[in-house]
Design a binder for this molecule. Structure first.
Ligand code: GLA
Length: 389
């Protein structure tokens, strides 16, 4: 992606840095990262690219090339979420502004910048375009400021920016995946202990993304509602298990007993989380044994649970998953990300990927009259600083 030429056009000079921040898919472990559970995401090649340099002042000047919009705001006054003329910042600008705000709050040196950015991660598609922007800007300010901070810590800071500045109560999975991605690997990440390691994908398989074309906004209250339901479940379950602080602390065996005492809706939400955590643990064991059949079964089961218990799927995603299941080459399929629209992730035998992609596109067209974008994606490395050509 060329962001250098547009930068030169806008700022009449050469940028000092280009940063690439990847999107992510999640293979398993959905809506468990804010419940202390383990997740299995992978960074992907679809990314955001930023070209930037010091602005030489306290001014932050950013142009979103894809939207053809620009904002200018001042480092001194980010709490107000306004541009320098006193207008509210557009939503897209809250992400870099939130990162600047949190870095400053943590006494990390940040400078005024000139920046342009462009992305080929479709917004609202569940592939984590916001976290990619956040972490890429954090790495940019880190590089210009010359301070050190490990990637996990940077991911935590970006999550705080999204929670406290943008106002989405997201977990840490997306920021982690874009910050720490490893080429050709999924990442097993325990969101409670923060331990993680790269897990190779099964030999002979590829990941296929199917974009339903349906879009959602994460800031919508549904995500925060689900999180509140989980917190309520913990509060109610503490009556039986006082030491628990998150749903990770209750095993599926214990849930069989205590889950009965929860109100029906809260119980459904919690049941998804408790079993999804168990599914990730099973999937990791299955990956070690190269038991692809088990991984596929866990993915399908995860989708059913997101559809029926967590209720974050939509008919188009259900359609993509059930079509995938009937196609040759498909090992597993489920919605990926928060849900309410966006994409499914499919684990497919590489040798049958072309046939699978064509079949899924055709089936989706026939069933919904809509065009899905279906493509192989490659697990990629995390946020990277690239040479300016
Ligand atoms: C969004 C959030 C993540 C995570 C997923 C659901 O992508 O940003 O923290 O909660 O939804 O697994």
């Amino acid at each position: 992606m060329d962001v250098v030429s547009p930068y030169k056009e806008v700022f009449k000079s050469k940028p000092r840095l280009v940063v690439r921040g990847p999107g992510r898919v999640n293979l398993l472990g959905e809506h468990v990262d804010y419940n202390g559970g383990p997740v299995l995401p992978a960074a992907i090649e679809q990314s955001v690219w930023i070209a930037a340099d010091d602005s030489g002042s306290e001014q932050i000047n950013i142009r979103a090339l894809d939207l053809n919009e620009a904002v200018s705001f001042c480092l001194d006054d980010m709490g107000a979420k306004q541009d320098k003329k006193g207008h509210a910042l557009p939503v897209w600008a809250l992400y870099p502004a939130g990162v600047a705000w949190i870095l400053k709050k943590n006494d990390l040196k940040i400078k005024g910048i000139n920046a342009v950015f462009s992305s080929n991660i479709p917004m609202g598609s569940g592939l984590s375009s916001s976290a990619a922007i956040e972490v890429a800007f954090a790495v940019l300010w880190q590089t210009l400021g010359g301070w050190s901070c490990d990637r996990l810590k940077l991911a935590q800071l970006c999550q705080q920016a999204e929670n406290q500045y943008v106002g989405v109560a997201c977990g840490i999975m997306d920021q982690f995946a874009t910050a720490c991605g490893v080429k050709d690997h999924a990442l097993y990440f325990d969101t409670r202990s923060l331990e993680w390691y790269p897990a190779p994908l099964p030999k002979g398989t590829v990941l296929v993304i199917a974009d339903s074309g349906m879009r959602r906004s994460l800031t919508s209250s549904a995500y925060n509602d689900r999180r509140a339901a989980c917190e309520e479940a913990v509060r109610l379950l503490q009556k039986y298990k006082p030491e628990m602080t998150c749903l990770r602390d209750i095993s599926p065996q214990e849930f069989v007993a205590y889950g009965e005492y929860l109100p029906p809706l809260i119980r459904k939400r919690a049941e998804h989380v408790v079993k999804e955590i168990a599914r990730v643990e099973s999937a990791v064991n299955a990956l070690e044994r190269e038991d692809t059949r088990a991984i596929g079964a866990l993915m399908f089961a995860g989708h059913v649970s997101l559809r029926d218990y967590y209720e974050v799927s939509i008919p188009e995603l259900d359609c993509l998953v059930s079509l995938a299941r009937s196609l040759p080459g498909c090992i597993g399929a489920r919605l990926t990300g928060a849900g309410f629209g966006g994409c499914t992730i499919n684990l497919v035998w590489a040798a049958q990927a072309d046939e699978f992609i064509a079949g899924l596109e055709q089936g989706y067209r026939e069933k919904t009259g809509r065009q899905a974008k279906v493509y192989v994606c490659h697990a990629s490395e995390g946020t990277t600083i690239l040479p300016v050509e």
